[in-house]
Design a protein around this ligand. Sequence first.
Ligand SMILES: [Mg+2]
Length: 403
Amino acid sequence: MRHTPIEGQQIQTLKAFYALMAQTRELRLAMVKDLYAGATADAADIGSLKNALGSLEGIPGSGGRFQLKLDAHREIEVELDYEINELKKDILYLERGEAALVTHLEEIHTDFRKHVDAGVAMLEGKKFNAFITDRDGTINNYCGRYRSSVQSIYNAIWLTRFAERCCENPIIITSAPLKDPGIVDVSVNPENKIVYAASKGREFIDLTGTRRSFKVAPEKQQILDQLNEQLKALVAQPEYEKYSLIGSGLQLKFGQTTIARQDISKSIPAEESRAFTEKLTGIAAELDPEKKNFRIEDTGLDVEIILTIEGDDGLKDFDKADSVNYLASELGLEMSRGPHLVCGDTGSDAPMIDATMAHSKETHAIFVTNEEELRDRVMGACPNAVIVPSPDMLVAILNTLAR
Ligand SMILES: [Mg+2]
């Protein structure tokens, strides 16, 4: 079936760039739905993806860095590796087929086949009760800007195939929000095949398509709502709009708000970024003078304002072990029954292994990392673990298992 076309266009602003990426999301979602149902791709749709690719490649720049207007006064330089490479992979997949894409992956990654074989050998023939995975950097290649991290077509087909054929309860747990913008806006998996658990699992869409969320004390929710209103008003001012466009942008998560103060390319002058951070902490302090409700983390790129929840040792914030346990009870996963598969790419994903192992020792893990410390942490927590250096290898493992 042929879908709404994407025309070639001249992209000059960051806003126009996001609008184009949103078009590719709509098209990819519609195409995946057809392809997953057994249709072949329409040449006109592939042409639309090529137009999108050409439009991205036509943005002025050099050496893999592109210039976009951030506001009337300022240009920023962005890398578009993720957006361009994933479009190229999709076009290759659609025009020349899965084997050609796999050959391409073998060419761009050292020891691709070796890593895929190791993962397949560990997991072959298993049907998982819970498949619990992080998204960014794990099953999806890493993209510096969340809003343009649109899932590629081949990725959605491979992941959904695995979810449907090899898992009873496939769940993506992400720290990003659910939508507007959130995981729903950048995903193109067919509906109701995978649980999207956003904000570290505290808000999720289950396999019937119902949105559900964690209960938070109303007075705590109210203070976070007030904070969010103030931040939305802040980035509506022309002077501050850029912070909603760069890096993480403004993300209103369940129980947590993230706002960018800088991006990887350091588009904002250091002094201006520092002053903005002070403004943010000032707003939070005014709403929570006794620091009972918010904990603030400054990653250098983002300011995270986190609502604290009651834990065993007083106030603590929600981690991904809490996510697993919350979802296990909400979704009735009966996790004492394995096997399970847990996938992640950072230290903050490791608690998902601990929580899952506490339910059943029949737990397997695949982590995407090149860091020795995380590798040791994963291998120490889970005897049945495989480490791979790239998300491409992980999704290829899952697709191989599903075939
Ligand atoms: Mg990640």
